[in-house]
Ligand binder design. Structure first.
Ligand code: NZQ
Ligand code: ZN
Length: 386
């Protein structure tokens, strides 16, 4: 096992009706800015519930954070916070709203041009406003980690950042808040959590038995509940609760402690979103199967473990089992209605070239746990995903 530090300060407040706990979670004297995405928080009644729980506290709302939140909109929120003297932020939404709030919280006190935060991937964040979250879409794990991804629309750049100052103080996870999600977003959530887990698990063995078994448990849970959630005529509480907790556990640092990690699927996927606007999780479903096949040599031992323990594949030669595990992965995404080919979005070889050029311009030239995914390898992965 590799050396590691593990500390996660975010308090999770889980279960039906827990939004009422905001009364206790938000400091009594706080001047609160609630931040939301488009119309969903208002339409579903979640925003009203949040406002009620805040009671007499001074509060206002900033609406309009987009999916794949923009730098430009985030700066408007920073201005509102400075002008209104807000000292506590409350994100109500999915990964996009929570990510934007992390960036906004850091940008409020940042000296100089806040774009530098993204250029330095967050290493230059010295402090951030305190914030909490009410999660409405299980997928990213942003509710219990310190990272975010912000898109500069004008530059066409989608860049990730992280900082120890950017953990939510608390996150409220009420599984019934997922009941209003459309099937596409539920499927996206299952795929995103699945790929987060794979990227911390499917590298090479370092004897991290607990991390491996936790990761396999999360993957098996997603394989079990994902299709059931999409097929169910009415939402089933425990399935939603298991999806929500699985997605949080997939990216809160626990399974990634002491193991090598391979975030190449995400880095290539971010460029696909920046260039073509494809939903985050949908880019991952395109890249991952092709990447696993391209990297089957360095990942061989873990691919065989994945085949056996996650998919129950015991028969055939090693290569047959690896082929079957990759095919099962692709089939799982497709069964959720998530395509695994660039062609499904009308994209071809020319667009693959543009993605590779973007990776180069963002310095993404040595990706993967072995740092061997050069632009040439990324190109082969994208061509295999056509
Ligand atoms: O904008 P509104 O109207 O709120 O609608 C949203 C949005 O259109 C809707 N929605 C959310 N909750 C709902 C709901 N609709 C009905 N009922 C509800 N309860 O869903 C749409 C998508 O929301 P979004 O927040 O964009 O989705 P997601 O949670 O998948 O977040 C994606 C973003 O997170 C980043 C991605 O890159 C992307 O920008 N990621 C963040 C990570 C992190 N911080 O650790 C890791 C991930 O890998 C990912 O990169
Ligand atoms: Zn993701």
């Amino acid at each position: 096992m590799l050396n590691f530090d593990f500390q996660n300060p975010t308090r999770i407040v889980f279960g039906q009706g827990r939004i009422a706990d905001l009364t206790k979670l938000v400091p009594a004297q706080a001047r609160v800015l609630i931040l939301v995405g488009g119309a969903s928080a208002e339409k579903t009644g979640t925003l009203a519930e949040v406002r009620q729980a805040l009671g007499e506290r001074h509060h206002a709302t900033f609406a309009g954070i987009e999916p794949n939140p923009s730098y430009e909109t985030s700066l408007r929120a920073v201005q509102q916070i400075r002008e209104g003297g807000f000292d506590f932020l409350l994100a109500v939404g999915g990964g996009s709203v929570i990510d934007a709030v992390k960036f906004i919280a850091a940008a409020v006190h940042f000296e100089g041009d806040p774009w530098a935060i993204l250029e330095k991937r967050g290493r230059n964040i010295a402090r951030a406003l305190p914030f909490g979250a009410v999660l409405t879409l299980p997928a990213t794990g942003s509710e219990m980690n310190n990272g975010g991804v912000i898109t500069h629309r004008a530059k066409g750049a989608k860049l990730a950042f992280s900082s120890a100052h950017c953990y939510p103080q608390f996150s409220v996870l009420d599984p019934t808040k997922t009941y209003t999600l459309p099937p596409q977003q539920l499927a996206n959530g299952v795929v995103d959590a699945f790929v987060h887990t794979v990227e911390q698990y499917l590298t090479y063995p370092v004897g991290a038995l607990v991390q491996d078994r936790f990761a396999e448990g999360i993957l098996q849970t997603l394989v079990e509940v994902g299709p059931r959630i999409l097929a169910a005529p009415e939402p089933v509480y425990d399935d939603r609760a298991n999806l929500m907790w699985a997605a949080t556990m997939a990216l809160n640092g626990l399974i990634g402690a002491g193991v090598p990690q391979d975030w190449a699927t995400h880095m290539i996927g971010h460029e696909l979103t920046a260039l073509h606007g494809i939903d985050h999780a949908r880019t991952l479903a395109i890249v991952l199967p092709a990447l696993l096949n391209e990297r089957r040599g360095p990942k061989r031992a873990k691919l065989l473990q994945y085949a056996e323990r996650v998919w129950g594949l015991h028969d055939g030669s090693e290569d047959e089992r690896i082929d079957a595990a990759i095919a099962r992965t692709r089939g799982f995404f497709e069964s959720l209605g998530v395509p695994t080919r660039l062609g499904a979005y009308g994209l071809g070889g020319a667009q693959a070239d543009a993605v590779v050029a973007q990776l180069q311009s963002h310095g993404m030239v040595q990706l993967g746990e072995q740092r061997e995914i050069t632009p040439e390898v990324s190109r082969r992965i994208l061509e295999a995903a056509l």
